[in-house]
Ligand binder design. Structure first.
Ligand SMILES: C[S@@+](CC[C@H](N)C(=O)[O-])C[C@H]1O[C@@H](n2cnc3c(N)ncnc32)[C@H](O)[C@@H]1O
Length: 603
């Protein structure tokens, strides 16, 4: 099954589905005590741990009957009991979501088969086939289905649990449907807090490495009837297609299934990120397009190569990945952001393949050269993301509690400046990839918005006068109008993008030396937006920044501050423009960045 566009031409930034409620959803175990199990909103303040918690009476009334009738309660109790062998097993959200799915469809047993449940593909035969199943997935499905069957028997009060547990086909199919169709629900900080399974309107959308649509979540507590009616009234711009469409349409129309649609839980809505013609298949990305698996398909491979000799990439990538993981462990587990920055910058700067060069005479001749990881390689992007965050944390740690945001120490200021430089480099690198693969619009949007936020924080951090807040650019003055262009024509999109890009390129030339000053790795990056300097010889880029004294830096800061501000405003506005295409007006991401721009009096 697949979904196709039903209108003549759908512009980019169009909402293609209403905000769809989940068929089933479950928090990850680690968020069961900090978030509402019905609507996934954070609990303030976190109450003392108990089994399943709700943010309101309405959420409790909506969800607790399903929590009990689905046997989720029994499953959690069983796993917590000291006698349970599975008590310290991993996350149970898949299994709990599968139990909830079966309970939601209890009145519609004909919707449940081993191939499809409520129209949703289970992939059971493929997932359990001996030739395709990895031992890990097979064991996970079998043990999960057994735990589900045991919990369901115990909930029914069945006397013969062992007999009930023999027939786990239905549980296996439900769990496979969850594994095939569930999406990770992320909170505003991008943390995966749980999973949700949606009906066929969403779940029949296939994956593409170059998708033309994306999705976002909408979090609400239990909805009143008026809001529900208006959500349902919103139209579908896509419809099912495929050889089974008749049969499966029957499945979705079944009244028992409709009962299964919870009126609460994180809703999902699909949006177009490219113009889509009538009859074209609508696709989304199931994974992060900047991650390795898809990266090569999206943007080509950036080889570790010199003078026509390509090196053993797998070995090098493995070593670099280990190095990055080691640095991240310092940051996340040991809380040592400084060590993380040192390790990552060393990793990005030193030769990466020296050991592999021992045997080949041509390669031996190259041993004195410095081979750097390409700045657009996915590992560089990963490392830059961590560096931007680690420098930011280091900057805020150094500020004494009494100083407030506007009065910071020099060291704090330097760290904030380098964090902003990394954020800008990330925005530029991902934007470069976005120019050749427009599916990366959501990533580009987030990186531009982050760069804008970091640069505005930097401009704010030395407050000796307020005159820096002047933006002469006509685009900035018209920015209010762009918020209402969440589905622009492609021509408008290109015009606005080109204008913003030209302004950003101009400002970057003025401030880049200042932003990267004192950072050994960043001095090798000539320009963070225009990568035409990336030729064959990265070495020649090193060492081009003269040493600047603290005094000169201070002078540059006073002068550079309006420019940093203008650059920050442009990045934030452009990020917001792209965010409104991907997620629509009023989304959490756009509201956040608009709040920042309002506080800077640019809106
Ligand atoms: C959420 S379902 C998508 C709808 C599904 N095609 C159906 O018939 O119900 C996900 C499953 O669809 C299949 N699928 C999705 N995208 C695919 C793609 N690009 N190529 C091949 N199979 C795909 C895979 O079996 C995947 O596990």
């Amino acid at each position: 099954m697949e979904m196709r566009a039903i209108d003549d031409v759908i512009e980019m930034g169009r909402q293609l589905t209403p905000a769809l409620p989940p068929l089933s959803h479950a928090l990850h175990d680690s968020f069961l005590h900090s978030h509402c199990s019905a609507c996934f909103s954070p609990l303030h303040p976190p109450p003392p741990p108990s089994r399943v918690l709700y943010c309101s009476q309405a959420c409790s009334a909506s969800d607790s009957p399903l929590h009990t009738s689905s046997a989720e309660l029994q499953l959690l109790l069983h796993r917590q009991s000291p006698s349970s062998a599975a008590s310290d097993d991993g996350d149970t959200s898949d299994v709990r979501a599968a139990l909830r799915l079966l309970a939601a469809l209890r009145d519609a047993p004909s919707c449940c088969g081993s191939q499809r449940i409520a129209g949703l593909l289970t992939n059971r035969d493929t997932l359990l086939a001996p030739e395709t199943a990895t031992s890990g997935i097979l064991a996970t499905i079998q043990s999960g289905a057994k735990a589900m069957a045991a919990a369901r028997s115990s909930q029914k009060g069945s006397s013969d649990v062992s007999e009930d547990m023999k027939a786990t086909t239905l549980e296996e199919a439900a769990l496979c449907a969850v594994l095939t169709n569930a999406v990770e629900v992320q909170d505003s900080e991008g943390r995966g807090i749980g999973i949700a399974i949606y009906g066929t309107d969403f779940s029949w959308i296939n994956h593409s490495c170059s998708p033309n649509a994306c999705y976002r979540f909408q979090f609400q507590s239990a909805l009143d009837t008026g809001t529900l009616q208006s959500l349902r009234a919103s139209r579908m711009w896509i419809s099912p297609s495929g050889c089974d469409v008749k049969m499966d349409n029957g499945a979705i129309g079944f009244s028992g299934l409709r009962k299964g649609y919870a009126e609460y839980g994180p809703r999902i809505m699909v949006r177009s990120i490219k113009p889509i013609k009538k009859g074209m298949e609508v696709t989304i990305a199931y994974t992060d397009l900047l991650q390795p698996k898809n990266f090569h398909a999206v943007s080509g491979d950036f080889p570790l190569e010199r003078d026509g000799i390509s090196f053993n990439q797998d070995e090098a990538i493995e070593r670099l990945t280990d190095g990055i993981n080691d640095a991240v462990a310092d940051y996340l587990s040991a809380g040592d952001a400084e060590s993380c920055c040192l390790k990552l910058e060393e990793l990005l700067t030193v030769r990466v393949l020296d050991e592999g060069l021992k045997t080949d005479t041509r390669k031996i001749a190259l041993r004195n050269h410095c081979l750097q990881l390409h700045p657009l390689h996915y590992l560089s992007i990963e490392a830059h993301t961590i560096l931007a965050s680690a420098y930011k944390v280091r900057g805020s740690r150094l500020a004494p509690p009494s100083t407030g945001v506007d009065r910071v120490t020099w060291e704090d200021y330097d760290l904030t400046r380098i964090s902003a430089a990394y954020s800008l480099l990330l925005a530029g690198a991902v934007h470069h990839l976005f120019c050749s693969e427009s599916s990366l619009i959501c990533s580009a949007a987030n990186f531009w918005a982050n760069a804008g936020e970091s640069l505005l924080k930097l401009a704010r951090s030395l407050a000796w006068d307020e005159n820096y807040k002047t933006c002469m650019c006509s685009l900035v003055n018209q920015s209010e109008a762009y918020y209402h262009l969440s589905h622009p024509s492609y021509a408008d999109f290109e015009r606005i993008s080109n204008h913003f890009r030209n302004c950003v390129t101009h400002h970057v030339r003025e401030v880049w030396d200042f932003l990267r000053h004192g950072c050994p790795y960043l001095r090798g990056i000539r320009d963070p937006i225009d990568f035409s300097w990336l030729g064959t010889n990265l070495d020649s880029c090193l060492g081009i920044v003269r040493n600047v004294s603290r005094h000169e830096l201070l002078g540059q800061t006073a002068e550079g501050r309006p420019m940093v501000f203008q650059l920050g405003v442009h990045c934030a506005l452009y990020g917001n423009f792209l965010l409104s295409i991907c997620y629509g007006e009023g989304s959490r991401s756009t509201s956040h960045i608009q709040g920042i721009l309002r506080s800077e009096e640019t809106l």
